[in-house]
Design a protein around this ligand. Sequence first.
Ligand SMILES: [Mn+2]
Length: 389
Amino acid sequence: MNSDIPLQLLGGLTAREFLRDYWQKKPLLIRQAIPDFESPIDADELAGLALEEEVESRLVIEHGERPWELRRGPFAEDEFSKLPEREWTLLVQAVDQFVPEVSELLENFRFLPSWRVDDVMISFAAPGGSVGPHFDNYDVFLLQGHGKRNWKIGQMCDSESPLLQHADLRILAEFHETEEWVLEPGDMLYLPPRLAHCGVAVDNCMTYSVGFRAPSAAEVLTHFTDFLSQFLTDEERYTDADAKPAADPHQIQHDALDRLKSLLAEHMSDERLLLTWFGQYMTEPRYPELVVGPEDVEEEDFLAALQDGAVLIRNPSARLAWSEVDDDLLLFASGQSRYLPGKLRELLKLICAADALHTDNLGEWLNDEDGSGLLCELVKQGSLGFADE
Ligand SMILES: [Mn+2]
């Protein structure tokens, strides 16, 4: 996409300008980011999702059994009828995986890598409802879907910032307000990581949070080294051939550190493995149990179905990305990776981007053994599946 076209979604900024001046740096309020936005789901439908076993949901009740009572879903229907008139919030995670129209909203954010997107969380709040002043370690776009919400932003925080005593919620003990706005449907607020914020419902309101994922340094190091260690043999060890006689046998000399550093550097600089791990990690599904393919698909039957007009769609819980290294391509699909020949580049791009795959857009790829084999593998793995109709 062209990064130099002013975008309504970014209040007339181009993607390049937004990334340069705001992304990960400072907040941005965008009035009518999506003009006349109408929420594709209403409060009852959102509550309906919160009844489902596979949906992750929470209720925050400001004056419940204790201050800021947190309840976790799935909920029973009568729980909603017993809620107070005011000051509670229902939060439903990853609605994009369950409601296609919500997933379509993400198309607006294609100026950012799709593998950085985590999910679209939707919250419904009764008047006065809020989850308290807090900060997140992730970037977020807060799109007002229905009703009005008052947003205040405050200081930059970190893990030292004082919190209220609470078993489950991270509510800031101090909030130093810097700005305040009332958002109406279609308005959007971008917040960089660690900026204190507090949103309070003015009336019954619904807010969409487009959240992003970024591994912590600790996660990168633990998970990458775990991944790496599968490829290392027990024989490969710290070695000290040609060591000098020890002046004091109890002292760890710095030449030992140098040997360790070169052992680490040799493995840490393996770009193929680093890329493979990263692609797998960033495409890990939020709910892996929802990415399950059919046990057996015969490639012949699979191709016949497509020729017969069947349509392949991405599993809404699957995550796809691709990359290249030397002359090879890498496809990452829901936490797995595979090396593929360079000739499949356009097919990989199509698989990652297209809403649906069928004979019209697949064309000659169905006559390519590697291409059709790949599609069939993705069906077996559960990242792609046949549409119902
Ligand atoms: Mn937040």
